[in-house]
Design a protein around this ligand. Structure first.
Ligand code: MCN
Ligand code: CUN
Length: 772
């Protein structure tokens, strides 16, 4: 089925936050810190206030008076809405101007005079905990270092024991650099506070409208029923639109102060330097195996750069997200991880860019170290993986770090990818080319993801349980409206959720309207991230449709004048058993439910239902990726020649949309593996503040993707579906890096860090790998 939303999006009729125009609307611009670390000595706003068209200039001091200078982050830290004491990263919010238009607001920013006293910044994460490191979070009482948290998973003693009896141990330092999701649409909001009704309407770029509304209520002390959060069309989220940014709060303040609607829309540089980054994990990985290549255990030590505020958006009990699945798709005897997270003078964030809550980092770690092991054992990396896979009869499989994989059948997925690639032929071709001095590499990655957070007993964000509501109403003529708590940012929910309902009720998908992204008109739920929409809300949609069907059955039995036990559900209608000619369609039942005459005793009129679905477990999609690269020995430029991706997301709802999700994620992978990285100079200046410096892939850098699939349904999901939205972003970077490292094998190279730009590959070829 083609995407329903494309009728409007392809004609330029989408309605994004920046399309919202309200009568009398004013525009907000933010003054940001030019320094990574500096004390604010004074701020003079008088010239800005006198600038033409300016309606308000607000600093942190003003917010302090209102008790709004600080706000909670999604990770139990606090973040400055506007800096009061000092600035902690370049690009941090210092003051804002509200003016008649965007230009006047921006011009006035230049007139704000801030005197800073520059402090030494903490830029190198490895030095953040040194005793003489400057302390960033002086706002936190008694804080005497830059430590955020320590976290540990698995069993250290058991792991040490398997390492002690291993024949081979391979150790590698692996860096997953700081990257940025860079959605096409940047973040923004329009706030409209009506002082008479006491009601706030906020259009904003949010992936989680309900969670945001509850937090605004708690932070600003506004009554929750007087806040309406609307996420209209979103031009890509990729996790960038999960956190609450100071800009959203400032537009609310701006509207309250001026009594007018206020729009804030950040530009590309603001987005790149100040909003939620991704990754930034420095990982020491060790793998232990027998001489025959049976993997015994993995251990890792991670140093996590969280920036100036811990603004990660992970379930409360999971400060490192779902990094705990770093044991991957392999049946190990023991595993252990120790992590330390630190503050640095950089923008906050951490969970973004299709990471499945940090499974990107976990999969990169395990797939890279398994390849390093193959190198040491002189074993084929495909063979090594096949030898260590968790076997189908072991599911549900409990990992050594406490996760229960719901289902999986890895070998057929791997074999299909190898067959599509022509793996043996490729190896032959590679051997011939190597003999001629040509650099060709073949890289494999095999991943298992954990997506679909909750269940609520284990998972919550700031105390809000991770479950999702869904409401379904069938109109008298048999058309329907379904209301979701999740929010699409391009994934095609308006199509796929209609398909789920259609499949359950036999109503054509075009007759089903999907409503989402408006807290006044949808049931409560935690929103879209971690590919949780299909696993959680998709389940809710199937179950709410079944609830409606159960009621329809009672009405059908009365209409057909037979007992409930004597009717069958067959594609959109209830039929009398053994007499298919006697039947009523769901549309006829819907009319009867609203129509003249009596309904059976105890049955209320109408045909609708509502549900709140609390998943019993996550879903665990998997996939096998094979990448073929050629490296130009003269320029060290890497060309991805082929990429084979076989994904297993259980039951597939819309194959075309899945294909699109995979293509997008694979393109992300090429970006991260070969060109993307946010870097800083020693003063903490962000060097990737525009798309001229922060490179993202285009059609020129990607091959024609070759995709395939296997289907291993989730046993606990009502339709057996698992998530797919982040799989390819998670799974592709290691395949590409493994391919590049494989191509460089003649140079004796076992590891090289992303992004594998020509200069890094060049240095690696010359045995002088640059420190990351
Ligand atoms: N789908 C399907 N069959 C399945 C699983 C999924 O047809 N078995 C369909 C779904 O119905 C949905 C799409 O594939 O239309 C993605 O579903 P799912 O895996 O449930 O992921 P979400 O809808 O929760 O999307 C979130 C995920 C995340 S977390 C990021 S980050 C990301 C991604 O989706 N951001 C995206 N893909 C994106 N795609 C676009 N275009 N824009 C983004 O911002
Ligand atoms: Cu980690 S990015 Mo998506 O979960 O919104």
């Amino acid at each position: 089925m083609l995407r329903k939303e494309d009728a409007r999006l392809l004609r330029g009729r989408g309605r994004f936050v920046d399309d919202v125009q309200l009568p009398g609307m004013l525009h907000l611009a933010i003054l940001r810190s030019p320094f990574a670390h500096a004390t604010i000595v004074s701020i003079d706003t008088s010239a800005a206030e006198a600038s033409p068209g300016v309606k308000a200039v607000v600093t942190g001091e003003t917010l302090k008076g209102l008790g709004l200078a600080w706000m909670p982050t999604l990770s139990n830290d606090v973040q400055a809405v506007l800096a009061t004491d000092k600035v902690r990263f370049q690009g941090q919010e210092v003051a804002f101007v509200v003016a008649e238009d965007r230009y006047k607001a921006r011009d006035a920013l230049e007139l704000i005079d801030v005197e800073y006293d520059v402090l030494d910044p903490v830029v190198d994460v490895r030095k953040a905990l040194e005793p003489d490191a400057p302390i960033i979070r002086t706002d936190l009482e008694g804080k005497t270092n830059n430590h955020v948290f320590d976290w540990e998973t698995g069993d250290e003693a058991e792991t040490d024991a398997v390492f002690a009896r291993a024949d081979v141990i391979v150790k590698e330092d692996i860096v997953y650099p700081r990257v940025h999701p860079a959605p096409m649409e940047t973040c923004g909001s329009v706030a409209d506070f009506d002082p008479v009704e006491g009601k706030l309407k906020l259009w904003s770029t949010t992936q989680a409208p309900h969670a945001h509304r509850t937090l605004y209520a708690i932070v600003a002390g506004l009554p929750e029923h007087k806040i309406q959060v609307i996420a209209p069309d979103i031009g890509g989220g990729f996790g960038n639109k999960v956190p609450i940014y100071p800009g959203y709060v400032l537009s609310i303040v701006g509207s309250i102060v001026t009594g007018k609607p206020v729009k804030w829309m950040e530009d590309r540089s603001e987005n790149l330097i100040s909003t939620g980054f991704a990754r930034d994990y420095i990982m020491r990985a060790e793998i232990a195996a027998t001489a025959e290549g049976k993997i015994l255990g993995i251990r890792t030590n991670v140093l996590a750069d969280h920036g100036a505020f811990n603004g990660t958006a992970a379930p409360v009990k999971y400060p490192a997200g779902f990094f705990g699945v770093f044991t991957g798709s392999y049946d190990l005897e023991a595993a252990h991880c120790k992590m330390t997270a630190v503050y640095t003078n950089k923008a906050p964030g951490g969970v973004a860019y299709a990471c499945s809550f940090r499974i990107t980092e976990a999969v990169y770690l395990v797939e890279r170290i398994v390849d390093a092991l193959a190198y040491e054992l002189a074993m084929d990396p495909a063979e090594l993986r096949l030898k260590n896979f968790i076997q189908p009869e072991q599911f549900p499989y409990a990992t050594k770090t406490g996760w229960v994989y719901d289902s999986g059948d890895y070998e057929p997925t791997m074999r299909l990818a190898m067959e599509m690639a022509g793996y043996d032929e490729l190896r032959k071709e590679q051997a011939e080319k190597r003999a001629r001095g040509e650099l060709m590499g073949i890289g494999i990655s095999f991943f298992t993801e954990a997506v679909g957070a909750g269940p609520r007993k284990d998972m919550d964000i700031l105390g809000l349980g991770m479950a999702d509501g869904c409401e379904l109403r069938i109109h008298p003529t048999g058309k329907a409206v379904v209301r979701l708590s999740v929010k699409t940012q391009g994934q095609g929910h308006e199509t796929t959720f209609a398909q789920i309902i259609a499949e359950e009720l036999g109503i054509p998908p075009d007759d089903i309207d999907v409503v989402h992204g408006d807290t006044d008109n949808t049931p409560f739920g935690l929103g879209t991230y971690g590919s949780r929409s299909t696993p959680v809300s998709g389940a809710a949609a199937a179950l709410v449709a079944r609830k409606v069907r159960d009621k329809a059955k009672l009405i059908a039995s009365a209409m057909l004048e037979v007992s409930v036990a004597d009717i069958d559900w067959v594609k959109g209608s209830f039929q009398v058993k053994g007499d298919p000619g006697k039947a009523v369609t769901i549309q006829e039942i819907a009319f009867k439910a609203h129509g003249a005459g009596d309904l059976p005793e105890g049955i209320e009129g109408g045909l609708e239902a509502q549900i709140c679905y609390n998943p019993s477990n996550l879903t665990y999609p998997h996939g096998a990726y094979i990448c073929v690269v050629d490296i130009d020995p003269g320029t060290a430029e890497v060309k991805v020649r082929r990429f084979i991706a076989v994904d297993d997301c259980g039951t597939r709802i819309n194959p075309m949309i899945i294909e699109g999700q995979v293509h997008g994620g694979l393109t992300d992978g090429v970006g991260m593996a070969l060109m993307e990285m946010i870097s800083f100079d020693e003063d903490g200046n962000c060097l990737g503040a525009s798309l001229m410096d922060y490179l993202i892939p285009t059609a020129l850098e990607v091959p024609d993707w070759e995709t395939g699939f296997t289907v291993t349904p989730s046993p606990h999901h009502p339709i057996g579906a698992k998530g797919i939205g982040e799989s390819a972003t998670v799974g592709s970077p290691p395949a590409i890096v493994n391919a590049v490292v494989d191509a460089l094998k003649p140079f004796g190279i076992r590891h090289a860090d992303m992004p594998l730009t020509p200069s890094r590959v060049w240095d690696a070829m010359r045995g002088q790998a640059t420190p990351p």
